[in-house]
Structures are given as structure tokens and as C-alpha cells.
Design a binder for this molecule. Sequence first.
Ligand code: NAP
Length: 552
Amino acid sequence: MTNSPDYEVIVIGAGVGGIYQIKLLKDLGVKATVLELAGGLGGTWYWNRYPGARFDSESYTYGYSFSRELLDEWHWKERFSGQPENLRYLEYVADKFDLRRFMQFHQRVTAARWDEDGRIWRLTVQDVRNDAARQMTCRFVVMTLGLLSQPTLPRLPGMKSFKGPSFHTYYWPKEGVELAGKKVAVIGTGATAIQVIGEIADKVGELTVFQRRPNWSCPLNNSPISEREMADIRARYDEIFAKCARSPGGFEHEPDRRGFWEVSREERLALWDKLYDSPGFGIWLANFREIFVDEAANAEFSEYIAGRIRQRVKDPRIAEKLIPKDHGFGVQRVPMETNYFEAFNRDNVRLVDLQETPLERVTKKGLKTTEREYEFDIIVYATGFDAITGAFDHIDIRGTNGQTLREKWKDSCSSFLGMMIHGFPNLLMPAGPQSGSASTNYPRGIETGVNWCTRFLQHVWQRGDTRFEATAEAEARWTAHVVSMYSMMLMRKAKGWFTGYNSNVPGHEEGKVRYFVYNGGAPKYVERITSVAEKGYEGVVLEGARQTAAAE
Ligand code: NAP
């Protein structure tokens, strides 16, 4: 038995969650480190360097809220800030609070084994620069792995044979890609592709979009933030964050509380016209609540958006292809766009409908559908992520009795509060599956999760405990609560990452809902986790240090 692991806490992942987690641990004087696979901090904003990558949360609601000084210092230059600026922000935070010295980059955690005798986690860590592997131990492990950090590629024959550059958007080359005059293929029409397509359509020679299923998408309506506006935002930060805390999505946007059917059609149209021209997710989240749960309300609103698409796309045949027919508006995560629909009015942009002519293979020269071969200089895979549990599945995580988390979560996932897992003691996930983060403005959810986990650890340390574990009953209750909320939502029928669908991951194809997301909204989530803490962490078994034989 060892009583002195290398670290009290190891945090895995230096994204928005890991950065805040290490800040709090540093403040507490805890011996802790962050292990990060990338060559730098920033998580999502380190990797996703594709053209058009930007927030669709209002920038000033995405930034951390924990430091008044930081809020006063930082000037968000755009309402929806782009990737380079977002990464600069996170680097600024790390430098300001002197966090880099607690971070180790290029470190891939390949395995995490719970050692019951020692009550420690044993991690296998590979330095990706030289493949050297080492063992590290810690009392507590905090996994801030990211919800969308395992990119997935299609399973097409010939993918290695293409002669030109081809890459997933997540790995868009750091040094940039020369696009002028190039024939570019984009596969996918999710939130990422919609940002890329709108941004590059007028910069490439030819753009061919390979679409399997269209998504509902609405204008982002981005704009710069002047010094004066920023001063106003700074003065209102308390109010802004209070509003985010009140709203189900953790945004400034709050649902319209009038009943969909209680107002006239004219009043509904007036609201929708206003929201369509307003910035950000208002069109989704400041809408009538019925669109999420009532088929008829959802159909009426979807038809309104379809009308908007028809107005914007000149060729009616293309417009119809861009309008989703298999799901209603907002039951999948809504991508926000800038110039997306207008891109299809350009002579150099073409749409290939993969439902009519599916992709058969990648060739040396490009892509071959059942109809013909297309030649390209560059292929961009905007094909999404093994969402939510993917990053956990890529680590061989073994808990009590050697059971693997991969096996436990094979069919769906289960957790306590989205932050702990029965059978995996001393492991915390501030923004894990079934936590409040996935369905809300991420950083707002992440701050909630990291604060809760840190207070929990303080509680453990104050008591002198060395082991905690959520009970099977508490986990079953939480998971049943999460599942029950799906049954109310139209979303349960949708093929998107909210329900665990990914055609490229074996076993995640359509047909089986995975209960990944907490749908109760941020205020209810906070109420639940606060109540657990107030009841002395009801549902969690805490155990003190074992007596050694000599002491006994
Ligand atoms: P996604 O929403 O999962 O979209 C993937 C796209 O690729 C879909 O259109 C999918 O078609 C298509 N696809 C996948 N495999 C394919 C295949 N084998 N052949 C043809 N098409 C294929 O992924 P994403 O666009 O990367 O977005 C994921 C999430 O990241 C978003 O929902 C959002 O939460 C987040 N995101 C956020 C921002 C932001 O904050 N600004 C920006 C981008 C992304 P099917 O639908 O037919 O499977």
C-alpha cells in the first residue's frame, strides 16, 4: 500500500474545464498537475483551427466569470469571437493566473487503473513526442476530457490513397491551408461544415459539399463589440451571469413563456421575425417552449424556417435539398451560420446529395459516388465526433474489480450527477456525460461542475478521507432521472450526438438512444447538485484512511 502518490490530483485535459480546475487546485495549494495530449492548452480552441470556427455563445457569456479582474481586463472584440482570439483568451487566463507550470503537454493518458489497496489511480502516460511511457499515481483523478474531442472519419475504402491533403476539421493544419484556386470537397453539413462552407466559399476555386442529411440552421448575426459596448457589458457582468444562471441553456436567451397556442399566429410570426434577425441562439432558446415537446408546434416553426431557406437560396431544387425533412427544427443541436445558404447561390459551389448518390470510396484523385468520380485538390472531413463518451473510451479506464468503463458504458452511459461513476472511486468529471454541461453554454456548465467538484474534494480533505464512491442506487436514480427527461423531448427521436448517434462509430449507428445529456436545464441541475452537497453528499460513500497494521 502506498500513502503518497505522485500527485494528490491529476487533471486530464487542459481545455476550458482543465484550466479552471487547476486554477482552483493551485489556489488551495494542492499538489496537482494537468496532463494534456496537445502541444498547448485550450482544448477545443487549440484544435479546431478551421476557417470560420467561432463561438455561437455570446463571447462575454463564454468567458470565465470567476475573476472580476479578468472580466475587467478582457475586451471581447466580437459578439461571437473566432478561434484565434478564443485561444488567445485562454492563454491569457493561464498566464495571468500562472497556470502553465502545472501543465504537461504532449502527454497521452492511455490507461487509468484503480488500485484498491493503495486507494490511488495508476495512470499510464505516453509522451507523444518520443513514445516514452511512464506510470504516474494520484489520489484523485479529474477528467476534463471534452465532450467533442474525439473526431471521427467516415469508414470509406481508399481513404489513404488520395494524393492531396485531406483532414478532419478538428485537425485543420496549424500553419493554414492555401485555398485560393483549389478544388475543395467538404463532407458533412453539421455545425462545423456550416461554418467552414460559409467562410471559404468565396476563397476557393471550386467547392463541392457532400451532404447526407441537411441540418436546420439560422443566422449567427455576428458583429464587432466597440470599446463603449464592452464598457457597458463590463458594467452589466453580474446581471448577465445572473441571467445565464436563470436560463435553462445557460445563455442570455430565455424561453418565451407565453404559450405557443395561446398567442395568435401573427404574434408567433412577429416573434420569429425578430429572433431570425437577432444574434445567436435566441431563435432556438428564446422561442416558445412547445417547439421542443409538441410535434405540431415544432412543425409550424420548422415550416417557417424552411420558408426562410427558400427565400435565401435561388435555385428551388437546391433549397429543397437544404431543408431537413427527417427531423424538426431544434431537436438536434442547431448550427448557426454566416453566409451559408448564400454560398449555394455561387457558381463555384455545388451540392452533392449523398442520399441520391452515396459515397462509394476515396480515390487517388478525389471522391467516387455511385454516380461518378469527382476530382479534388483538398478533402475536408467535417464529419463530427464520437461525442460525450468517446474521449473516455479512448482511455483504458479500469475501476473496482478491474471492470472497464468502456464496457460499463457500452450501450449507454450512467453516472451520478454526471460527475461520478459507481465502480470508479476517486474519479470526478466536472463536465461528464449526463452533467449540466453538454446541453448548456459549456463554460457556464463547466464552472458549475468544477466548483462543485472542488468543494467536494475540500469536504473529503477536511474529513481526512481517502476514498469516495457514488453508490449504485444513487447512480441508478440519477440515470433514471436523466432518461425520464428524454421521454418528454422530441429530441429523443433525432439522429444527432445528443442521442449518441454517429454512423462512423461501430455500435453508435441509428436505432439506439444513448442518454448522454441532462435535459432539465441549468437551474434545475444546479438545484439538484446543491441539494446533494447540502445533505452531506448523499449518495456518495466516503471512507477515511485505512489503519496500517502497525497502528492497529
Ligand atoms: P456533426 O454535427 O455530428 O455533423 C457531422 C456531419 O457529417 C453530418 O452532416 C453528418 O451527416 C456528416 N457525416 C458524418 N459521417 C459521414 C459519412 N460517413 N458520410 C457522409 N457524411 C457524413 O459534427 P460537427 O459539425 O462537427 O458538430 C458537432 C458539434 O460540435 C456541434 O453540434 C456543436 O455542439 C459543436 N460545434 C460547435 C461550434 C460552435 O460553438 N461554434 C461549431 C462547430 C461545432 P449525418 O447527419 O447524415 O450523419
